[in-house]
Design a binder for this molecule. Structure first.
Ligand code: DC
Length: 226
């Protein structure tokens, strides 16, 4: 039985590491939808296409091909995986992902990942729009301060420079953009399990998720055989 698990939530809630670890422990694929939005935002910005829902945008989108190859994201054949994790890409992805034409263009690519077997999909609307019929849905969040602290520690541990106040400001700004946009705003999907990870370790969050998944998958198997 193949199934989809969705994990939505705001920036810095620990979704990526939790989703990756959950997928690894379940032995299934991890789908990072944010990486796709980051990649398309970078190419649109580099091509000087304004973040507007207009014909210029549609024409540009028609010429972009995005391919997921294992952990890599290829844009028009070029591997951009190394370029999508910068503060600039954070901001650009937040702005371009609010454009309905961009979201429409990326919907098919995300949906088709389900065809290759079970997945843990992570994003902002994976439980509400992309995989509304997912077997188990989660909404992971944490206080803005806890999220800013995590991003700060992440950057420092990678030997990069970081400014906590600036990170907190950017997170608050992104929350506002992601939650207030008209198309597919960040919201708790119907039927999602809400998890506040402010005072949780990554391991605790993963264990909580694995437990819920096991129960739901068991339930589904029992229902199927009844
Ligand atoms: O999860 P992330 O930080 O890599 O996402 C980057 C941006 O992409 C984020 O600002 C919101 C957007 N995004 C989205 O709108 N929908 C998704 N399913 C995933 C990401």
């Amino acid at each position: 039985m193949s199934y989809v698990i969705t994990i939505d939530g705001p920036a810095g809630a620990g979704k990526s590491s939790v989703a990756k670890d959950t997928a690894r422990k379940l032995g299934i694929k991890y789908l990072d939808t944010g990486a796709i939005y980051r990649a398309i935002a970078l190419i649109l910005n580099a091509s000087e296409v304004k973040p507007l829902d207009d014909d210029i945008m549609r024409e540009a989108l028609g010429k972009i091909s995005i391919v997921l190859k294992g952990k890599a994201v290829l844009v028009n054949g070029f591997d951009v995986t190394g370029e999508i994790r910068t503060p600039e890409a954070d901001e650009l992805a937040s702005v371009y992902s609010a454009v309905p034409a961009v979201r429409e263009a990326l919907l098919g690519l995300q949906k088709e990942q389900e065809k290759h077997g079970s997945i843990v999909a992570e994003g902002r609307d994976v439980g509400s729009v992309v995989f509304p019929d997912a077997k188990v849905k989660f909404f992971l969040t944490a206080s803005p301060e806890a999220r800013a602290e995590r991003r700060y520690n992440e950057r420092i541990s990678k030997g990069k420079t970081a400014d906590y106040d600036e990170i907190l400001r950017a997170i608050t700004e992104r929350d506002k953009n992601d939650s207030s946009r008209k198309t597919a705003p960040l919201k708790i999907p119907e039927g999602a399990i809400y998890l506040d990870t402010s005072d949780m370790t990554e391991e605790e969050a993963v264990n909580f998720i694995l437990n819920e998944v096991k129960n739901k998958v068991k339930e589904a198997i029992i229902n199927e055989t009844e």
